[in-house]
Design a protein around this ligand. Structure first.
Ligand code: UD1
Length: 422
């Protein structure tokens, strides 16, 4: 098990460059099998989820390797259309491969995917979208068999704007003859990035970032080199880290236009934020002020992936903050650990009410999911004494060496690898 040991109390100051986005890279890696050409993903972050996705592609027969910070995917040798069970269980994004595998082989076999334990996370919207493209699906003992013999372009309507389902169906449609129109799609910036990647490959996809996406099918796609967008959640987490310590940071490689909901909440907490084209500075007050209410929503609303970090901030703010988690039904796993550090958080279903306290105290806490683990790390930066965050390997799914980044801004934090009792 990996642990992070943090001595709280240091103000974070300095400059840092944000790495590119996990949630852009993963669907793009899946899209790479839509061609026989090589994909070069430039400046691809070193994250465990990227590693797992690479392993799945290798198991299917692709050649995936790193050349420095470039990830090279050569799908020429791909033979499999059956997703490996053990790997798929490790990473929910394995489900992204369903659309591209169907586009390529007209059949696919997958097991229910895994990922962070933050709710039920069913895949009905993915399967429903594919069915609307003519895919026949039957499930047997947790294994999903998809037959795409009769796939054809057409209209797809989503009951809810799921990020993954939007991306999956987009990828399934790019090689179908004719026009596919996806209605009520998710509008996350990573979907816009996937559209840009697909179009660079030779696809014809328009409308990402709005409620409707139109795909004009093309005959073939080619291998390209592409730099994914910066990670807005990593940028937001580092801003929150500076904010909780009363610090002051300049971050580079920031998708500022996609982060307005987060900036707005941090400003409500009395942080001074200055935006430039691709960078941002944050100056935090001595003590943060509580925000009235934070509601997570699909983009451009407040991102659920920043909820845990803002909850950590609110534990030390003056006043009462209310957070409502509308996207996932079980995403307050970090609240109990924050309370063990001295916070006053009351969770009732999808709502958390936080009464700000003067001080948190370091103790042993457990990362239960990726963002919750980041939130506990932030709390540790301000807590008195030593905080130990167990299961820090979950944080590595989405942050490239979070501890190194924080230490470079002045935090007292180190990683240790310990053998568990079992
Ligand atoms: C993506 C992001 C994740 C982020 C989430 C919401 C990636 C790799 N992950 O996850 O970091 O937290 O968007 O912004 O991009 N749902 C269903 N049925 C489905 C699919 C989803 O009910 O078939 C539900 C989910 O359980 C959840 C909600 O819809 O409650 C949102 O999920 P979705 O937008 O699909 O998120 P992901 O694509 O899994």
């Amino acid at each position: 098990m990996e642990i992070l040991c943090i001595h709280g109390g240091r103000r974070l100051t300095g400059e840092w460059t944000v790495h590119n986005a996990k949630n852009a890279v993963l669907p793009i890696m899946a899209a790479a099998i839509l061609t026989d050409g090589k994909t070069m993903l430039e400046d691809c972050p070193m994250l465990s989820d990227v590693g797992y996705m690479g392993d799945i592609l290798c198991t299917l027969g692709c050649d995936v390797r790193r050349e420095g910070r470039t990830l090279v995917i050569d799908p020429q040798g791909i033979v499999g259309y059956e997703m490996p069970d053990d790997l798929a269980k490790k990473i929910r994004s394995s489900i992204f491969l369903l659309g591209p595998i169907l586009a390529r082989f007209r059949k696919a076999t997958v097991t229910f995917p895994g990922g962070c334990e933050i709710g039920l996370r069913p895949i009905d919207l993915h399967l429903g979208g594919l069915r609307q493209l003519g895919v026949t699906i039957h499930e047997e003992g947790g294994v999903i068999h998809c037959d795409g013999k009769h796939m054809k372009a057409g209209n797809v309507h989503f009951d809810y704007p799921s990020v993954g389902a939007t991306e999956n169906v987009m990828m399934a449609a790019v090689l179908l003859r004719g026009r596919t129109v996806l209605h009520n799609v998710a509008r996350e910036p990573e979907i816009v990035d996937l559209q840009a990647f697909l179009n660079r490959m030779g696809a014809n996809v328009q409308g990402a970032g709005t409620h409707t996406i139109t795909v004009e099918g093309v005959r073939r796609l080619g291998g390209v080199s592409y730099t994914p967008m910066p990670d807005r959640i990593v940028a937001g987490t580092m801003m929150a880290a500076a904010a909780i310590t009363g610090g002051s940071v300049l971050l580079r490689n920031v998708p500022v236009e996609d982060m307005q909901a987060v900036f707005s909440k941090l400003r409500e907490m009395d942080c001074v934020i200055t935006e430039k084209e691709r960078s941002v500075t944050l100056h935090a007050p001595e003590r943060l002020r509580a925000f009235a209410q934070l509601q997570t929503q699909p983009h451009p609303g407040f991102p659920t992936d920043m909820q845990a970090q803002l909850l950590a901030l609110s534990t030390l703010a003056t006043g009462t903050s209310v957070l409502v988690e509308n996207v996932f039904e079980n995403r307050f796993g970090h609240a109990g650990d924050l309370n063990r550090m001295g916070a006053n958080v009351l969770v009732n279903g999808r709502t958390a009410v936080v009464q700000g306290v003067e001080r948190l105290y370091g103790t042993r806490v457990v990362a239960r999911d990726l963002r919750g683990g980041a939130a506990l790390t932030l709390a540790g930066l301000k807590a008195r004494g030593e905080t130990i965050v167990e299961q820090a390997q979950l944080i590595d799914r989405g942050y490239e060496h979070l501890e190194t980044a924080l230490a470079s801004l002045g935090a007292e934090i180190r990683r240790e690898h310990i053998l568990s009792d079992t």
